[in-house]
Design a protein around this ligand. Structure first.
Ligand code: NDP
Length: 257
């Protein structure tokens, strides 16, 4: 069961705690599940799809993962502050923040409305800023923490009909590196993972003929799996990745070569 605030599958407070935005579906769910399998307590945030959140919480209950689901619109700064406070209330600490939630509203620039532009920037870029800002005092205060931002290959290449999305994802590169520099001497690392085309609901919305053209341009000749992105994120969250900060790790089947 999920509520607008917090639902607990099982409470464990002495383990690492991760907050994964957009953690109830797609890439975010794979990250949350991999972390839970490693014994990390995971707080997943989502926007509207309570069915997906309920499904994941039921699975967590069945399997015995420590997981809570939090409904919050990360495009709003106050909601991000509240979300972070709720997760601290529920679990007492946050070791890992994964800014994964993202949306697309695709139109060429000439057809794109101001609202199309703003919604995507607010969710994909500002949401990562608001939550990282909320997390930073806590992490710097504790002298440790890991932040991973999920960008996109589109942030590197741009794309027709995705000026808002590309700008938001390119913005994450600058945000990541600036935050990494600001926290480098404080035990906090900030990195970025830039997936290519991964099999999720987001890509399912792409028409078949367009998708076939995209796959044809990918050197490994297939879409990526969510677990392949999750693996890169887990590497960056690992204690042993302590010398990696300000990095952008591509997971794109060679698409940007
Ligand atoms: P999905 O569309 O499958 O899932 C998006 C998740 O983000 C959902 O949990 C959704 O919640 C949540 N979300 C969306 N808006 C908000 C909001 N305002 N507040 C809180 N949560 C929100 O996405 P993917 O798994 O495909 O993508 C995950 C990330 O990876 C995104 O940042 C995306 O840009 C990036 N990416 C994806 C690629 C791909 O090929 N799939 C390629 C490159 C990058 P709800 O379920 O409630 O709607």
């Amino acid at each position: 069961m999920t509520t607008d605030c917090t639902t607990t599958a099982s409470n464990v407070t002495e383990t690492r705690v991760a907050l994964v935005t957009g953690g109830t579906r797609g890439i975010g769910e794979a990250i949350a599940v991999e972390l839970a399998r490693q014994g990390v307590t995971v707080a997943v945030a989502y926007a509207n799809d309570t069915e997906a959140a309920d499904r994941l919480m039921k699975k967590a209950d069945d399997v015995g993962w420590s997981m809570t689901a939090h409904r919050a619109d990360i495009a709003r700064p106050e909601a991000c502050e509240q979300l972070f406070a709720d997760v601290l209330d529920a679990h007492g600490r946050v070791d890992h923040l994964v800014n994964n939630a993202g949306i697309t509203v695709d139109r060429t620039v000439r057809k794109m409305t101001w609202d199309d532009w703003q919604r995507v920037i607010d969710t994909n870029l500002s949401g990562a800023f608001y939550l990282s800002k909320a997390a930073m005092d806590h992490m710097v205060g504790r002298g440790s923490g890991r932040i991973v931002n999920i960008s996109s290959v589109i942030g590197e290449t741009g794309n027709i009909g995705q000026a808002n999305y590309a700008a938001s994802k390119a913005g994450l590169f600058g945000l990541t590196k600036s935050m990494a520099l600001e926290t480098a001497r404080k035990g906090v690392t900030v990195n970025c993972v830039a997936p290519g085309f991964i099999e999720t609901g987001m890509v399912a919305a792409v028409p078949d003929e367009v998708l076939a053209g995209i796959v044809g341009r990918i050197p490994v000749q297939r879409l990526g799996a969510v677990e392949e992105v999750a693996h890169a994120v887990l590497f960056l969250l690992d204690d042993r990745a302590s010398y990696v900060t300000g990095a952008v790790i591509p997971v794109n089947g060679g698409l940007d070569m």
